[in-house]
Write a protein of this length. Structure first.
Ligand code: IMP
Ligand code: MG
Length: 182
């Protein structure tokens, strides 16, 4: 059985820092889309906590949509096999769409997502990510709103997981992934 023999270090980004930054992002988004319709798209599962908190800082009548993408397969190594599960509704056509992501790392996931959504003819398509790890970028992607730039370390908490765990931490912490097979 695979046993975890590591645990997250103390917070790299605290709850208070996250809250303050999300308030700023929410204010900016509210100004940028003033008097317009906006669909907020949550990329499951990592963006859930960010999505819920960000939505409450945006003072517009939002629509919510959810999609699932998986590219990490329970490890810290990105796989090129990206899986895309679409909700199937016609929510994108002629609407302003803002994708809410947890972290942009290599850029492959976001690139893949944009390739799938652009042909659906959104009125506009923008990206909001809580974390940006530019040192790992392999595909260049344009990010419209970013919460924090982070170094090349593996992070957990506030939605981010290691082997599906630690998503519930209210802060963001560094973890050194290391497993022991017995
Ligand atoms: P990308 O395709 O390499 O940009 O990867 C994006 C996805 O990888 C994110 O949505 C996360 O699910 C995952 N990911 C990247 N870096 C981290 C990390 O430091 N901790 C947890 N998940 C990560
Ligand atoms: Mg993700």
């Amino acid at each position: 059985m695979e046993k975890l023999i590591t645990s997250p270090n103390k917070a790299l980004i605290t709850e208070a820092q996250i809250r303050a930054r999300i308030r700023e992002l929410g204010n900016q988004i509210s100004i940028d889309y003033a008097d317009q319709e906006l669909v907020l798209v949550c990329v499951l599962r990592g963006a859930t906590l960010f999505f819920a908190d960000l939505a409450r800082e945006i003072s517009l009548p939002l629509r919510f949509e959810f999609l699932q993408i998986s590219s990490y397969n329970n490890s810290t190594h990105p796989s090129k096999d990206i899986e895309f599960i679409h909700t199937g509704s016609d929510y994108i056509k002629h609407r302003n769409v803002l994708i809410v992501e947890d972290i942009i790392d290599t850029g492959h996931t976001l690139n893949f997502l944009l390739e799938h959504l652009k042909p659906l003819n959104p009125k506009s398509l923008k990206i909001c990510t809580l974390l940006n790890k530019p040192s790992r970028r392999q595909v260049s992607v344009h990010i419209d709103y970013a919460g924090f730039e982070v170094p090349n370390v593996f992070l957990v908490g506030y939605g981010l997981d290691y082997a599906q765990m630690y998503r519930n931490l209210p802060y963001i912490a560094v973890i050194e992934p290391f497993t022991n097979s017995e």
